[in-house]
Design a protein around this ligand. Structure first.
Ligand code: ZN
Length: 112
């Protein structure tokens, strides 16, 4: 991707550079102070406020950050699938209601 340096990097590009730096610059091969997957899952599901001290470790530990990114991606994909299903369900309900109202109107008009 070529960047226009007169305009500057986009927010997405800054985010990507920060993520790459965290993944590269905090190797922690001995996994000192690392959390188990349950805590990382809680963080990935955005159930902890940004002031929570767990964030300080995740943003300064490449292995935890890599796991966090994977968990967050899966969480967002699942949430997106649930929202698509809910949209389709509500669309079906609206279509059924409109159909039933139309059918009732036709039945009423034929009776009178
Ligand atoms: Zn860690």
């Amino acid at each position: 991707m070529q960047e226009d340096y007169a305009i500057g990097p986009t927010p997405d590009r800054i985010k990507q550079l920060l993520q790459e730096a965290i993944l590269r610059d905090y190797p922690n091969p001995e996994r000192k102070g690392c959390f188990d997957s349950a805590i990382l899952t809680t963080i990935a599901q955005q159930r902890l406020p940004y002031e929570d001290p767990h964030w300080a470790h995740v943003s300064h530990c490449s292995p935890c950050y890599a796991e966090f990114l994977g968990l967050r991606k899966r969480f967002r994909e699942k949430r997106s699938a649930v929202r698509r299903f809910q949209f389709l369900l509500w669309t079906a309900v609206v279509i059924m209601v409109v159909f039933l109202l139309g059918l009732s109107a036709i039945t009423f008009l034929r009776a009178h």
